[in-house]
Design a protein around this ligand. Structure first.
Ligand code: SF4
Length: 330
């Protein structure tokens, strides 16, 4: 194996998030405007073969975990074919999926057969009308059926339910989600609202912190913390009575950049070394210009060396990146 990927701060990169499309069938308030965004043309996004080549190169440089995201990855045609291609990459230890769950009931069996190891499903409310309010889609029953469909595969583990926490909305969801985590095998995690929304309406006051949510839940169902794994994004708490776990991803109130091991590939082939990167490195052009593996590795290594130390969301003068969440993929 060639030299592992290490950034200028000594952090080893082992986790690659791959956005396979910028398109989505939902319009979540914290992500996309009601009218959607101008989509990339088909020729602009990387082909499955190009994605596979980049993943193979990265795995050769020490990447072990790949997470497939979007937009909404399941809207990309023949997506399970890509899953099968990537599952065949030697050295790839974990192939995960983040989805809004709308097409999961249709695709769950094929995704698992193709090689998906872990699934995160985004659900911001367990109440149908509030789910509609947040996503602008009346789809909660379908999403829950999708969750059940993937849960029928014990080899897919863990299955996580991610809820974005927004002040003035999620307070009422805290205890219902805790009870959902206690009565199912799903690990429910709250993610703090980040300044990556398409409407550019994010304000620091909109952030409902993990601490606040945890205190609300703890008052009803006492929690105790589980030691944090290296490079983990979530603080995990188990219920003191042993009935399940909850996670809190607090990028705004408790940044976890010190041991960040993540980089991202956008649907059109831009390498982002941080979720909040302002600059990006184009891989599509050299890929399509016939660059060899050494040249591509050099481009990747150089970009990773310049990876940002941390995000600066809570610092004076912070500027959100030009690219919004749906075109990054989380
Ligand atoms: S904000 Fe950037 S540096 Fe911090 S954890 Fe996220 S990707 Fe890593």
């Amino acid at each position: 194996m060639v030299e592992p990927l290490v950034d200028g701060h000594g952090r080893r990169i082992s986790d690659l998030r791959v956005s396979v499309t910028d398109r989505c069938n939902f319009r979540c308030q914290y992500c996309m405007p009601t009218e959607g965004l101008p989509w990339l043309e088909r020729g602009e996004i990387l082909s499955f073969e190009e994605i596979e080549r980049v993943v193979r190169l990265m795995v050769g440089m020490g990447v072990t975990d790949v997470r497939l995201t979007g937009g909404e990855p399941l809207v990309r045609r023949e997506f399970t074919r890509l899953v099968a291609m990537l599952a065949g990459v030697e050295g790839l230890a974990d192939l995960a999926l983040t989805t809004n769950g709308f097409l999961l009931e249709r695709d769950a069996d094929a995704l698992v057969a193709a090689g998906i190891d872990r699934v995160n499903v985004s659900i911001d409310s367990l109440q149908r009308d509030r789910f509609f309010q947040m996503t602008r889609r009346d789809s909660l029953p379908q999403v829950l059926r999708g969750l059940e469909a993937v849960a029928r595969h014990p080899e897919v583990h863990p299955i996580k339910v991610n809820a974005v926490a927004m002040r003035g909305f999620t307070e009422a969801e805290a205890v219902p989600f805790a009870e959902f985590a206690r009565s199912t095998a799903f690990q429910v995690r709250f993610i703090e609202f980040m300044p990556l929304d398409g409407d550019r309406s994010w304000r620091p006051d909109d952030v409902l912190t993990g601490d606040e949510l945890r205190a609300t839940i703890h008052a009803v169902h006492p929690l105790e913390e589980v030691p944090r794994e290296r490079s983990a994004t979530a603080r995990i708490f188990r219920f003191r009575d042993g009935r399940g776990e909850m996670g809190f991803i607090n990028p705004v109130s408790e940044p976890f950049c010190d041991d960040c091991n993540r980089i991202r590939l956008t649907a059109e082939g831009k390498l982002r070394t941080c979720l909040f990167s302002v600059g990006e490195t184009d891989l599509r052009e050299p890929l399509r210009a016939g660059a060899g593996d050494d040249e591509l590795r050099h481009i990747v290594r150089d970009a990773v060396w310049r990876k940002e130390l941390k995000h600066r969301v809570s610092e004076p003068g912070f500027r959100p990146p030009p690219r919004t969440m749906s075109a990054i993929g989380g």
